[in-house]
Design a protein around this ligand. Structure first.
Ligand SMILES: Nc1ncnc2c1ncn2[C@@H]1O[C@H](COP(=O)(O)OP(=O)(O)OP(=O)(O)O)[C@@H](O)[C@H]1O
Ligand SMILES: [Mg+2]
Length: 252
């Protein structure tokens, strides 16, 4: 379980987050919604250790995550995907998936020198896992294509695949459905459901309310860096404050 406790972040005096607290249980997908600029991505950056908050902390199963240390947070099994996927565009799809694995025994020099058979076996195991992952995503036919040539939706699937390969138990998703065609959104929904069913914790930022309603038991609504509502998707939909907060901005 992920506990967000009293997080505040200011950017040169402007409060992007102001005392935000909530819990994201394991095996569930928590929706994080709110108008543009309300602090959603900033919050994911705090959890991922990219931004150290001015106040508050994030706990993973009761243990504090190191603030402002993205590598240490990743090593604790927390992965994030970006609004714009960050892939090695010139590498192939399968090479990118393999890169998702945090520690590759084959790359350990001592293993290579003194136990080459072991290194080769580990390499084969990782490659097999990577191909199984592509299969799960329906991307096998693109394994040897450059990642940069994939559609936006396929790139987002690929970046989720990399989080799974790194064995992340907590996955932070920043607008995974933005600019993705309906068929691939459906595929992504199936994948996210299966990840939650495996007991992982997911936090999903998404403007696509249909997807949020389909995936999330609990939704947290941010506006100007504060939580203005939380509840089930149905409760959120009927909340007058949430409606006003969304009506106050031009449609995205
Ligand atoms: N690195 C930064 N430096 C200065 N201000 C920032 C920085 N990152 C975010 N902000 C500001 O913090 C506020 C929250 O931004 P954030 O990106 O978290 O919003 P968001 O809810 O993800 O919006 P969107 O839906 O448009 O992605 C905004 O006012 C934004 O301009
Ligand atoms: Mg954002």
């Amino acid at each position: 379980m992920l506990t967000i406790s009293d997080i505040s972040v200011s950017f040169s005096g402007v409060k992007a987050l102001d005392g935000v607290s909530f819990e994201a249980p394991s095996g569930r997908i928590l929706g994080l919604i709110g108008p543009n600029g309300s602090g959603k991505s900033t919050l994911l950056n705090v959890v991922a250790g990219v931004i150290a908050p001015n106040r508050g902390r994030v706990l993973l199963d009761g243990a504090a995550l190191p603030a402002g240390k993205p590598d240490a947070v990743a090593a604790m099994g927390v992965a994030r995907t970006f609004q714009v996927p960050r892939l090695a565009r010139r590498l192939t799809v399968i090479q990118n998936v393999i890169t998702g694995v945090r520690s590759q025994p084959g790359e350990n020099l001592a293993t290579l020198l003194f136990a080459p058979a072991k290194a080769r076996a580990a390499e084969r195991e990782i490659t097999a896992r990577a191909f199984a992952m592509l299969d799960r995503l329906g991307l096998t036919h693109l394994a040897n294509h450059a990642a940069g040539g994939l559609s936006g939706g396929q790139q987002k699937l690929l970046s989720i695949a990399m989080a799974i390969m790194a064995d992340a138990r907590t996955i932070l998703l920043d607008e995974p459905a933005a600019g993705v065609n309906p068929v691939l959104i459906e595929q992504q929904v199936g994948l996210l459901k299966s990840l939650a069913a495996e007991g992982r914790t997911l936090i999903l930022i998404e403007h696509n309310m249909e997807m949020v309603a389909d995936l999330c038991d609990q939704v947290v609504v941010l506006d100007s860096g504060q939580i203005i509502a939380e509840g089930t998707p149905a409760e959120i939909r009927g909340d007058a404050r949430v409606m006003r907060s969304y009506l106050g901005q031009a449609p995205a």
